[in-house]
Structures are given as C-alpha cells and as structure tokens.
Design a protein around this ligand. Sequence first.
Ligand code: FEO
Length: 387
Amino acid sequence: MTISKDIRYVGVNDHNLDLFEGQYIVPNGMAYNSYVILDEKIAVMDSVDAHFGEEWLANLAAALEGRKPDYLIVQHMEPDHSANIFRFLEVYPEATVVSSAKAFQMMKNFYGSDLSDRNRVVVGEKSTLELGRHTLTFVTAPMVHWPEVIFTYDSADKVLFSADAFGKFGALDYEDPEGWACEARRYYFGIVGKYGAQVQAVLKKLAGLEVETICPLHGPVLNENLGYYLDLYNTWSSYGVESEGVVINYTSVYGHTKEAAELLAKLLEEKGCPKVAVNDLARCDMPEAVEDTFRYGKVVLATTTYNADIFPFMKTFIEHLTERNWQNKTVGLIENGSWAPTAAKGMKALLESSKNLTFLEPAVKITSALNDESRAQLEQLADALMA
Ligand code: FEO
C-alpha cells in the first residue's frame, strides 16, 4: 500500500488473535501497522506483534527493493509493536534505533538491552530527524497509550504517525460495514479512556501542525475528513456527549430486572427518545457496554441486591467505568431486592469518585417483580430522562 510518493505500508493483519491485549475480543481481526519512509535515508516506523516477524520483514524487504534501512523509529514499546525490534536488528545490524529515553528503558526490561552499546538516538519533544526531502519532528504523547510514546510528524508529506491514537480494532483486509467510529470507540475507551487529559494535551500540540494523513499503529490510514476523527477524539477525551440517547445497562437473575429495563426502553422509545441502547452486562461484550456508556449523556444502571451488595457483573462494570474516569453524565438507578434492597446505595457508593454525575432521584425500587408502583416509578424515570 502506498501512503505517499515516499511512504509505504508494511504492516500485517492478525486473524488468529483471541483477545487483544489479553481482554478485548477482535472478531474482525487486528492490524499491526508499520510504515517505511524511502528517502536519501530510510526510516521504518515501528515493528509488529511477535507472531508476524517474518511476514513483516518480507513486506519491508519488498518495499526496500534492495536498499537497507537507516533508522527504526520506535514510537511505542507495547509488544504488539516492539516485539520484532531485535529481529530487525539481526537482519539490519547497521540501522540506528530512534526512540524516547523511557522507551529504551522499557526495551531493556522487555528484551534485555537498551541498545546503549550500539547506534541509538534518544529523542524528545520537537527533536528532529533529517532523512533528505523528509524532516521528521517528534511529539511526545505520554500515556497515549503508555508513558514512552512519541508521535512523528513528516512535514514534507504532511503525515502524522500517531502511534495507538486514531487506531481501531479490525484487520485491514476486513471492510467494516459499521464504519470507523464503532470499533475505534470501543478501542479508545477500552484502552485510552482513562487518559482523557493526556489526549487533550496532545491534541493541542497537533493543532499547530498541518496534517493531511494520519498513520496509526492499528486500523486504516486516515486521509479524508480528518476533522471528523479529530472532533470525535476531542469529544471522547473531554468526556463529552457524542450522541443523544439513553443507554440502559442491567443485570438480571430471574428476568424481573430485565423486564424493568425493557419496559423502560419501550417507554423511552414511545416518548421519542432518539436512541435507546440496552445491554445485559452478564451476556454482552462488556467493552461494548463501556463504549455506549461513555457515548451517551444519559445512563441507567439496573441491578439486583446480592450478598447485601450489588450483583457481580454490575460491580465489575462500574469498576470499568470509574477506572476510566467516567464522568459528566445523568444517571438513573433501578434496584431490585426481595427482602433488603441496597443495590442503588451500593451503585452510588461505587460511583462516588466519578466527577459531575447528576443522579435522577428517587431510584426505582423493585421488590422481586414489577408491580403497579414500580411501573409508575419507571414511567417517572422515563419522563426525567426525556426532560
Ligand atoms: Fe497498540 Fe498500546 O499498543
């Protein structure tokens, strides 16, 4: 794949991975992107996952057409990108590795050497690397997604190499009918969601650069309507509301709390709610529910009292939210309990550290199964959510 006159794609697709980063399902595979800039000097941008070293080196050799690379630029040390650094150096021992000081420390921890005994270049904010026609400028991007991360800007072709940022789940040989945002959002909130402030900081630095193409380490190269992607990243990283609507996340033991969630969804739809998403937290892909819960401004949590606390899947789900700095939402609570309902209190306590939540009071109380009283409370909650 040609990115520009001098830049080629040399990455790989992974259709064998069960869980990305040990926790995210990737039914449409995953891409580990890598690029090569062919100039008077040649720079390779990152390596790929451990299982694809030979395929990557073959892609690279084909793009090099007999030439040898001068630099391997390591933007991110997570093993899905760094696993083949030393395999690369076996094949191209003359090449210089370029990376941040923190990345070289991590290299020693992961692979036993920080390359201080050979050619290496340590770069930081605004460091530059001359290749000939292309001058690369480095932009530090700590915690997007690890502390050592650097982005790389090529002023000649106006290309931003953005490490994990602007990436998505899905291999590049899979055409995603849902478009970019769905799997990019699940990826963003799953992986970088906690670090909104750091993403905001790097977006401010990028605002001064003229960018025509974004080359991330996962997902497609972006070269049209860049404002769309930048706007979404701005909304996501500022914990703003992306879409109007309500998401209802529930757990249910015998179906009564599920019935309440579904009745609430029906009432909201009847009242003209633009979108109602409903997630059964015990059965759905939880990262899908997490992305919905960051996406919409209004959220309902419905669960049962369990061991004088709350049902386990809801507890885990709320931890997924709070550890990612979930904030700025309107929240409705539904609790079910057959003898001593405490779930609403328990959910509120777990959300105590989340900033700027508005709770719709009172919580809906179900005593085992829906009755006229709890149905009326659901009607009131639907009205409050539509207000
Ligand atoms: Fe794609 Fe943070 O590694």
